[in-house]
Structures are given as structure tokens and as C-alpha cells.
Design a protein around this ligand. Structure first.
Ligand code: CMX
Length: 424
């Protein structure tokens, strides 16, 4: 039975051959044009990079290696999803076990990481702590050492694979440690070598989980946030940084710094804040009219409705649907979850009437916080850290593939406003 690394290694010659042929046949074909509005507008819709791990269809949402997320993938564990992202098919039971063992063997977090985290200001943002911890761990980079010694370009992917797996194995422990240190919950809890990656994260956070449902939620959470094609802020940033041959620790930390923004991953923290504000203001669930008025007040104050809208999606995000299904099954009467559901029923209509957002529907961040809150994870500035642990899988798999196919340094051409005035 082949390990994930052996399986990926065996695919490389075929992928390289394919790309050589593609370049010979189609190198000059045009796949996108860029308007002035797009150049000023965050390059929205410009097709100018390749990502083979997943695509985001505006009307169907996340599709991982050809499989829409709601077609069976929500029952998979995150390890299985990492396998799928990297090599394009799902592992069998033995293959998953090998990967889980590989994670367990690499999971111990060096003490110097905890020393640095403990030295940070007590009220640091959890995302600043996570990204710092990853940078501190850069000390371990095998890619940097091998590159310094001298390594052939065709072999770059190998130490990048090792760095990625080492980082992914340690990330739940680091992320859980951030939670425990930041919120005074006690010392970090070590990785349990008999448990899977997602259940480990749940256990290392140290919350009571008598029903085991929180562990299931964590597995789902880590599966749902794993990847969202290549152009979103965090993936694109990690990709660009890695294209300079900065090692995976630098690249993932950089990508996650982007995820920390309120228009990207931080929206999940903003979302729960928004829901709790509603709950406090109306002393529980508001009426439909009160909720709509609250949404209008938010929009009229020039603020966004967090968790709604998307740069690519034009439908309710299937990842939101998966979280909603989990909530409907496990905690339909939770007061916070109920407000999330009310928002889903009524706020798209308000956004349509408002007329600005191209997509008035919920994105992944709209509902996840209410479920975490239900199971006792109530420190919402922490939520983007959970997102990060998952999203690192997408960044890492994209990075390994890019080093294997020799993707060059990213360097698009910018033009000046003067140039646009004279030439467009
Ligand atoms: N509430 C209010 N206004 C919104 C809105 C929302 N939820 N979503 C979009 N708009 C506004 C935009 O701010 C923009 O206004 P201006 O013309 O005044 O600049 C206008 O509608 C058009 O925006 P768009 O083309 O529909 O959306 P963008 O591609 O520019 O931005 C996103 C996408 C996600 C940043 C935006 O929808 C937003 O700010 N949503 C709220 C924050 C959020 O939930 N982010 C999480 C996204 C998922 C993730 O990455 O984690």
C-alpha cells in the first residue's frame, strides 16, 4: 500500500508530461481579458492562475477534485479530504490510517513555540498568536535547509511536502494551545496518538464533550473550510509567497494573515457578534420586522452584513447548508442557532432590496459560530483560528503541487492610472 507521499510522487511524471503537452498545444490561447473595472476592482473574475485542488462554481459552490462538497464529502474526515486535495481520489481505510499515524508521529509541538506565545501580550488576537507560532516554527523548515545545501528544482516538492505535513500535524496542537494560553484555560494538552486529526483538535481545546457531538462538529468544520480554489486572499497570498520559494511556514503564515481580515475569515467572528447583538437588543429572537429593521440600520450605517455575500458564489453556500443541517439535527432549539436561521430566512430579501451585494445569500461564515457557541466555544475572536487549521490543508496541497510542476515566481504586470488614461 502506497503512502500519500508515494502516491503523489508516482503521479508527478504524468502531471509534468500532461502540462508539457498542454503548453505545446495551447500556450497562446486566451482564457481571460481584463477590463479597467476589473483592474481597479480586485481583479474579480480575471482568470489568470491555475488551481487543481478545487474549483468554486458560482451556482454550486465548492467542488473538490470534481466532487461537489454536499455529494458525500461532508461525511468524510479532514485527513481524507487532504488526501483527496493532493492526489485527486479518496483514500481507503488503510491509507487513512497511515496518514493518521504520520500525523501522530509528527504532532509534538516544540517548547519554544509555547515560550513565544506565553511572552505575547495577554490580550493579543488569537490569529496574531497563531500566525506568530507558525513563523516561529519556521526554524524547523526542511525545505529551507535543503535549498541552502543545494537541491534540484525537480525535487523541491519533496521537502515542501515534508514541511507541509509537519506543519499540518502540529497545527491542531498549536491552535488549541493558542486557545488555552490566550483564554487562561491551562497548559496545552498533548496530541492523543490514538485519535484522528479532527477529534484531536476537539480534545486538545479541552472543552467538555459528553455527547461527542463537538468532536463531530470539529471534523465537519475542518472538512468544510479546507480549500476554496486559488484566487481567494489567503490561498492567493500563500501561493505568491511560496512562489518566491519561501518555505511553507512563511507562506502559510502569510496566507493566514490575509484570512484574519474581516472581509475574509474574520467574518465568522463578526457574524456571531452580529447575532449576539440581535439577541441582546431584542432579549431573544426578534420578530421578522425587528430583524429586517436591524439589517437596514446596519446597512444604512455603512456596515456590511457579515456572513452574507461572496466574490464568486451566487447561491447559498453549500458549506453554510451543511452547518445548518448539523444545527437542525443537533441543536434546533438553541436560541443563537434559531436567530441564525431567522437571518437566513429574512436577510437575503433585505440585501436584494438594498441592491448592492451581487450575492445576497449566506457564505460559510454565517452559521458556524452559532454551533461553536452552542458547544461552549464562546470566545469568538478565536473562530478564525479554527478556519485557519482547515484552510492550511488547501494552501499546503496547492503549494506541493506547484513545486512539483515548477510553477514560477508570481509577477503580474501593474499599470499606472496615467497608463490607463492614455492606453485603455
Ligand atoms: N452587506 C452589505 N453590503 C455588501 C455585502 C454585505 N454582506 N456584500 C457585498 N456588499 C456590498 C459591497 O460592500 C459592495 O459595496 P460598494 O459598491 O459600496 O463597494 C457591493 O455590495 C458589491 O459587492 P460584491 O461585488 O457583491 O462583493 P465583493 O466581491 O466586492 O465582496 C465580500 C465580497 C465577501 C467581501 C462581501 O460580500 C462582504 O463584505 N461580505 C460580508 C463579509 C463576509 O461575510 N466575508 C466572508 C466571505 C467568506 C470568506 O472569505 O470567509
Amino acid at each position: 500500500m502506497a503512502t500519500l507521499k508515494e502516491k503523489f510522487a508516482s503521479q508527478i511524471p504524468g502531471i509534468r508530461e500532461d502540462l508539457k503537452k498542454l503548453a505545446a498545444e495551447k500556450a497562446d490561447k486566451v482564457i481571460s481579458e481584463v477590463t479597467v473595472a476589473q483592474a481597479y476592482g480586485g481583479m474579480r473574475g480575471v482568470k489568470a492562475m491555475i488551481c487543481d485542488t478545487s474549483v468554486v462554481d458560482p451556482d454550486k459552490g465548492l467542488i473538490i477534485r470534481g466532487i461537489p462538497i454536499l455529494e458525500g464529502l461532508t461525511e468524510k474526515w479532514p485527513e481524507e479530504i487532504y488526501w483527496l486535495l493532493l492526489v485527486g481520489d479518496l483514500p481507503n481505510e488503510d491509507e487513512v490510517k497511515t496518514l493518521q499515524k504520520d500525523y501522530a508521529d509528527r504532532a509534538d509541538v516544540p517548547g519554544y513555540v509555547w515560550d513565544v506565545l506565553k511572552a505575547m501580550p495577554k490580550d493579543s488576537h488569537p490569529m496574531a498568536m497563531l500566525d506568530t507560532a507558525i513563523l516561529v516554527l519556521e526554524y524547523e523548515s526542511i525545505f529551507r535547509k535543503r535549498y541552502t545545501e543545494g537541491i534540484k528544482k525537480t525535487e523541491y516538492w519533496d521537502p515542501v511536502y515534508e514541511d507541509c505535513l509537519n506543519l499540518l500535524a502540529k497545527l491542531p496542537g498549536i491552535a488549541a494551545g493558542v486557545y488555552r494560553i490566550r483564554y487562561g484555560k491551562g497548559d496545552p494538552i498533548p496530541y492523543d496518538k490514538n485519535l484522528d486529526w479532527g477529534a484531536n483538535y476537539a480534545k486538545m481545546l479541552g472543552l467538555d464533550d459528553p455527547s461527542g457531538e463537538f468532536k463531530d462538529l470539529m471534523r465537519l468544520y475542518l472538512t468544510l473550510h479546507c480549500d476554496h480554489e486559488g484566487g481567494n486572499v489567503s490561498a492567493n497570498t500563500a501561493h505568491t509567497v511560496a512562489s518566491a520559494l519561501s518555505d511553507p511556514y512563511y507562506a502559510v503564515s502569510a496566507g493566514l494573515n490575509g484570512l484574519a481580515g474581516p472581509l475574509h475569515g474574520l467574518a465568522n467572528q463578526e457574524c456571531l457578534k452580529f447575532v449576539l447583538e440581535i439577541k441582546d437588543k431584542f432579549k431573544g429572537a426578534p420578530s421578522e420586522e425587528q430583524l429586517k429593521q436591524f439589517a437596514w440600520d446596519t446597512l444604512n450605517a455603512g456596515k456590511v452584513i457579515p456572513g452574507y455575500g461572496h466574490a464568486v458564489l451566487r447561491c447559498p453556500d453549500p458549506r453554510f447548508i451543511a452547518f445548518r443541517d448539523f444545527g437542525l439535527e443537533h441543536c434546533p432549539d438553541d436560541p443563537v442557532f434559531k436567530i441564525v436561521d431567522m437571518i437566513f430566512q429574512h436577510i437575503p430579501g433585505v440585501l436584494i432590496e438594498h441592491g448592492k451585494a451581487k450575492n445576497p445569500q449566506p457564505n460559510v461564515d454565517a452559521g458556524s459560530g452559532s454551533l461553536l457557541y452552542h458547544y461552549g466555544l464562546q470566545e469568538f475572536p478565536y473562530y478564525t483560528v479554527l478556519f485557519s487549521v482547515s484552510r492550511a490543508m488547501g494552501m499546503c496541497s496547492q503549494m506541493i503541487i506547484n513545486r512539483a510542476i515548477g510553477t514560477p515566481i508570481t509577477r503580474p504586470k501593474s499599470v499606472s492610472t496615467e497608463w490607463v488614461k492614455e492606453n485603455a
